[in-house]
Design a protein around this ligand. Structure first.
Ligand code: EPZ
Length: 425
């Protein structure tokens, strides 16, 4: 397996282009199943997860063309050849469950493998299913698949309150509701920018949606949707990740395409830690103010709270901060797997259940470490950039799922990172 070799770094300088959001694109692509007209997505990220979603949609009979070096995706699904999302694809990427709602809404039937758990938690899909059942879907769970059928007249509008905020379940229900008969009201809906982006794309396709970005989304079902061309929103998690590079190493980096409104809670914590964030005409300029980074307590929460997907990366920063910081992970039950790897580099972290107490140290030392999940992998690279000596990160296939050209982007601001292909390791 490939490895990434990182050497401790001095101050960084330069600019990093931020790509389109993986988690927006993975919800936008299944929207092609809602119409027989062409859907074009621009500013698409070049990631293995996007290739997996492409493979899944093609297995259903949709056409997906990747143009302009993968930055444009041209999708269309005239007649679906299959309504079965196979386990072999779904197990590689949980977001595959997002084809369920659109297929049900469009053709009244779907067979989707249950995704199973992943490294960071059990990650059930019960809320996806309950929301669709509220719209009249008949679901039969057997042999590891959801066998779903819509009533003869199609899905019908419903009022559904999510017992807890779920990004994916909100996306599935939102897409299904666009073609349901009547009005759907989703309460305690997720408010993430990726939800807003999906709603804007669906509206461009002719859907009637109000309230996205608030906790209540109202959808008036329509007979059919048309095609559209939609730009994928900037990836706030990639943005936050790269904002932490100058925070850890010093210097100044401009993240092109970055927007404060995507990461307000995260930027507040950076400010408390002594990191300056300046809005420019091209994005966000980030620099560490004089002196050592200060410890800051963080509790992850659904948007607009501090993103769980930036918890691992922020922990890497707190490892070098002055004092103690308490990181509470409230979204997933097992999202501190980067802690033992950071401790191999000299970090002082005490993990108890959903809480990690980080006691800052003067320096980290490079070491061989192992990536365990997408966001943990990049926190180890950030730590290696601020450590003395060499850090070797293995299992970097996790990285390719969510960070396009990570070595190129970091080298572009002076980081000493390189990727060793498997045959070289
Ligand atoms: C999305 O996952 C993101 N993935 C995750 O990003 C992100 O961490 C998460 O939202 C939270 O922001 C994509 O968008 C592809 P949830 P999702 O449903 O939709 C529980 C990354 O690194 N839950 O909001 O699966 C669940 O177990 C990934 O890019 C149920 O109990 O997250 C979790 O505890 C990691 N039943 C909580 O809700 C359900 O039916 C939030 O999960 C669904 C979820």
């Amino acid at each position: 397996m490939d490895q990434i070799i990182v050497h401790g770094n001095g101050p960084l300088k330069g600019e990093i282009p931020i790509a389109g959001a993986k988690n927006a694109c993975l919800a936008l692509m299944p929207a092609t199943l809602l119409t027989d007209q062409p859907l074009t997505l621009t500013n698409a990220p070049r990631l293995s997860d996007i290739r997996t979603m492409t493979e899944l949609l093609q297995s259903l009979g949709a056409e997906v063309a990747s143009l302009q070096d993968g930055q444009v995706l041209a999708l269309s699904s005239h007649d679906l050849a299959s309504h079965r999302a196979d386990y072999d694809i779904v197990r590689k990427m949980r977001a595959s469950i997002l084809v369920l709602g659109p297929m049900l809404a469009r053709d009244g039937r779907a067979e989707v493998s249950l995704p199973g758990g992943c490294a960071i938690g059990a990650r059930p899909v019960d809320l996806h299913l309950r929301a669709l059942e509220a719209m009249g879907a008949e679901l039969d769970l057997r042999d590891g698949y959801v066998h779903a059928k819509a009533p003869s007249g199609g899905l019908r509008g419903a009022v559904f309150e999510f017992p807890l905020v779920s990004v994916g379940a909100t996306e599935n229900a939102l897409m299904a509701a666009t073609l349901a008969r009547g009005t759907t009201v989703l309460k305690n809906a997720a408010r993430e920018p990726e939800i807003v982006d999906l709603a804007q794309c669906l509206r461009a396709m002719g859907a009637q949606i109000e309230g996205e970005g608030t906790g209540t989304i109202t959808i008036e079902g329509v007979q059919a949707l048309r095609g559209a061309t939609h730009p994928v929103v900037t990836d706030r998690i990639e943005l936050g990740t790269y904002m932490l590079a100058p925070a850890m190493c010093g210097g100044e980096v401009e993240c092109l395409g970055g927007r404060i409104d995507l990461l307000a809670a995260f930027c507040e914590k950076l400010d408390e830690a002594g990191i300056s964030v300046e809005e420019t005409s091209r994005g966000l300029k980030v620099a560490r103010r004089n002196g050592r980074v200060r410890s800051v307590d963080v509790t992850t929460a659904p948007f607009p709270g501090f993103p769980t997907d930036l918890q691992a990366q922020f922990m890497a920063l707190m490892c070098l901060a002055e004092g103690k910081s308490v990181l509470e992970e409230t979204i997933f039950e097992n999202r501190f797997m980067h802690a033992p790897e950071l401790m191999r580099m000299g970090a002082r972290i005490d993990v108890h259940g959903g809480q990690a107490v980080v006691t800052g140290v003067d320096k980290l030392r490079g070491a061989p470490v192992m990536a365990t999940d997408l966001r943990a992998s990049v926190s180890l690279i950030l730590a290696g950039m601020a450590a003395e000596g060499q850090t070797t990160v293995s299992r970097v296939y996790h990285l390719d799922r969510g960070y396009e050209h990570v070595v190129r982007k970091l080298r572009g601001v002076g980081a000493h990172v390189e990727r060793l292909k498997e045959e070289q390791t």
